[in-house]
Design a binder for this molecule. Structure first.
Ligand code: ADP
Ligand code: MG
Length: 387
């Protein structure tokens, strides 16, 4: 049975054209020329996909999208917004309203075909994981937090290098540096002019934190990576991120990118305690030295106490220096009674060069051993996070 697509547009020519393209590609097409009839057809016919025009006289596409998302019978139908506008704000508004993808007019048949296919495949995969009990919450994609058992173990390096892997694969990705006053992500990307993204966001009440507010604070790296940065003004270390604000920020991040990465720095504060419960995955970074492993033991116990299942904690051994006093991988696993999901080898030169070049090291030198190790770890993150 062919998949059924509902096309909604007030412009009849546009309706006919899109309908024709889709029929040629083997889909069954139903059409609506305004918001209200679109809702009625969606409820009655349960299409496999909806292509939705934004500008319509009776009700705009965002509103139609919101109503579809609010209704149990239609909330999971994938939606592609279709518009002549290409402004980032419109795109954000669309994602905020619950759209899965965006298409701009005029569209090429090949592009239409590939977007439609991609969105439907993704929806099918999500239904698959939901049916298997592996649903990851209402928003698609993945939220991954990076937590160091102490400072200096490589948390920010790994967060940034992970972002590099996603961006390399052309995934829509945002990286937030949750350490006001210690913005090492900004430093590593050569963006040291007092960026206050986080500080600005924290001036709002949780209810006011949303995607468009976040969008105003975002910076774009040359690689396409979206960044919410912290400044390097040490005075700003005093800024508290409340658990409520942290949670609201995570939600806003889910509306602006498919992959959300958070550099949570070291230790467990109230905000991180809240976040680790809401993230799809927490990557815990440690090093193979005895004192640090003691700290890791305690951190793992705490994470367990606050209700984070072991399966949601991915332990990474970051091996920044060669030492005779290193504890072997197997012994670490025994000591911590937790699987080591990945190991990262010493590469001080490469780490420094990548920082000099203001580039995540996975983009700077993707074929380096360490970049390969990180890429493998990222594949595992996606698997475990269930994206
Ligand atoms: N694979 C590596 N080998 C050696 N040094 C590294 C490696 N990766 C990163 N570093 C260096 O380690 C230092 C600390 O890393 P960073 O990510 O800032 O730690 P944290 O965020 O845990 O404080 C940085 O100077 C970084 O350049
Ligand atoms: Mg750091």
């Amino acid at each position: 049975m062919p998949e059924k697509i509902l096309v909604v547009d007030d412009d009849v020519d546009s309706l006919k054209l899109i309908g024709l393209m889709l029929k040629r590609q083997g889909y069954e097409v139903i059409a609506a020329n305004a918001g209200m009839p679109a809702l009625q057809k969606a409820y009655a016919e349960r299409p496999d996909l909806i292509i939705l025009d934004v500008m319509m006289p009776d009700m705009d596409g965002y509103e139609v999208c919101r109503r579809l998302r609010a209704e149990a019978s239609t909330k999971d139908i994938p939606i592609i917004m279709f518009t002549a506008k290409t402004l980032v704000d419109d795109k954000v508004a669309g994602f905020e309203a619950g759209a899965d993808d965006y298409l701009t007019k005029p569209t090429h048949p090949a592009e239409l075909a590939s977007r439609v296919k991609a969105v439907m495949t993704r929806a099918a995969q999500q239904r698959g994981t939901a049916a298997a009990g592996g649903a990851t919450g209402p928003s698609a994609g993945l939220s991954i937090g990076f937590l160091g058992v102490k400072g200096g173990v490589g948390t920010s390096t790994l967060a940034l290098a992970t972002a590099g892997v996603f961006v390399r694969e052309q995934q829509d990705t945002i990286l937030a540096d949750l350490r006001p006053g210690q913005g090492s992500i900004a430093l590593n990307l050569g963006l040291s002019n007092n960026h206050q993204g986080i500080a600005q966001m924290m001036r709002y009440a949780p209810n006011d934190i949303n995607a468009s507010l976040l969008n105003n604070q975002l910076l774009r790296h040359a690689s396409g990576l979206k960044l919410l940065l912290s400044s390097i003004n040490p005075q700003e270390s005093q800024i508290t991120i409340t658990p409520e604000n942290a949670s609201a920020l995570l939600k806003a991040m889910s509306a602006v990118a498919r992959y959300r990465l958070l550099d949570m720095g070291a230790g467990l504060n109230r905000a991180t305690v809240r976040l680790v419960r809401e993230l799809n995955l927490t990557v815990l970074i440690t090093e193979p030295q005895r004192p640090t492993l003691m700290l890791t033991q305690v951190t793992l116990r705490e994470l367990k106490n606050i209700g984070v299942p072991a399966a949601k904690i991915m332990l990474i051994l970051f091996n920044r220096s060669q030492s005779n006093y290193q504890v072997a991988w197997q012994e670490v696993e025994q000591l911590l009674a937790h699987e080591v999901a990945g190991i990262i080898s010493p590469a001080p030169e490469l780490a420094a060069q990548a920082a000099e070049a203001h580039t995540p090291l996975t983009i700077f030198q993707p074929e380096a051993v360490v970049a390969g190790q990180i890429t493998k770890v990222v594949t595992e993150m996606v698997k475990r996070g269930g994206a």
